[in-house]
Design a protein. Structure first.
Ligand SMILES: Nc1ncnc2c1ncn2[C@@H]1O[C@H](COP(=O)(O)OP(=O)(O)OP(=O)(O)O)[C@@H](O)[C@H]1O
Ligand SMILES: [Mg+2]
Length: 252
């Protein structure tokens, strides 16, 4: 390796790298040395019991909370010193509760960030909003209010809103777990489409079928640590630890 190498080889081709992240809330040590590598254009699914630190990990990647120790790198470069608002344009996030503005149209919910954060003109923002609504199959709903959509459609609007910022990475935190069962499939299909289009994604999910069919990599977290990580076939069919075996027996 030459001394002139700008990024360490361990992060080359890795869109997102999380290095030895530690974080506590008071005496509760929520993340205890978490490492994660997500190659560009791949999907990593994070599974694990409630309270294991999955949401906190995503919030660290998106700089909604600062870790006590460790680093987060995008394309091999640390982002912990960057402006968090700038970072959040590079890393989109979709939550369980989609938090759309009820008094704005679907289109208006998407153009808001484009005009305010990206400085686009109104007509440019409206055109881009429509393009991303079309990606999630909802261009025909641009003029209605979110309250007139199903939960699954609202979540797809939230996905379009995140995509409209043209992020390099998308984070999903249990994006389907507040939905009625019959609406889950459509949102998972939208997420699978995104993965197939080459988006880099970190997906916290209880949908083991999705993890198995879409993820290149599955990580099992427990008590603030990644206990096992690997290809879905290995994690689901040949778990190495008793903890993962027990977890899978409860969720599968
Ligand atoms: N803002 C906060 N202040 C204090 N404690 C917090 C905060 N956020 C999370 N915690 C604690 O951190 C731990 C991990 O929470 P986290 O939300 O990351 O878990 P999770 O794996 O996402 O769980 P779930 O599957 O239930 O969503 C829990 O013990 C939780 O109570
Ligand atoms: Mg959570």
């Amino acid at each position: 390796m030459s001394a002139a190498t700008t990024s360490p080889p361990s992060t080359r081709g890795v869109a997102v790298a999380v290095r030895d992240i530690h974080l506590a809330f008071g005496s509760n040590r929520v993340l205890r040395g978490v490492d994660l590598d997500v190659p560009a254009a791949s999907t990593a699914c994070v599974i694990g019991p409630s309270g294991s630190g999955k949401s906190t990990l995503l919030r660290v990647v998106n700089r909604l909370i600062e870790p006590e120790r460790g680093d987060v790198l995008l394309d091999g470069r640390s982002v912990l010193a960057d402006n968090p608002d700038a970072l959040r344009q590079r890393v989109g996030m979709v939550f369980q509760h989609f938090n759309l503005f009820p008094h704005k149209s679907v289109r208006g919910n998407i153009t808001l960030g484009l005009t305010r954060l990206k400085g686009l003109r109104k007509d440019e923002a409206a055109e881009l909003a429509l393009h991303h609504l079309d990606r999630v199959g909802l261009a025909h709903k641009a003029d209605v209010r979110p309250g007139n959509l199903s939960g699954g459609q609202q979540q797809r609007v939230a996905i379009a809103r995140a995509l409209a910022m043209e992020p390099e990475v998308m984070l999903f935190d249990e994006a389907t777990s507040a939905l009625d069962p019959e609406l889950v499939k459509g949102v998972l299909a939208t997420m699978a489409d995104l993965a197939a289009e080459g988006m880099t994604m970190i997906v916290v999910t209880h949908e083991m079928g999705f993890a198995r069919s879409v993820a290149e990599q599955v990580l099992f977290m427990d008590h603030g640590q990644v206990i096992e990580a690997g290809h879905p076939d290995q994690v689901f069919d040949a778990p190495r630890t008793e903890r993962l075996r027990r977890f899978l027996s409860q969720v599968l």
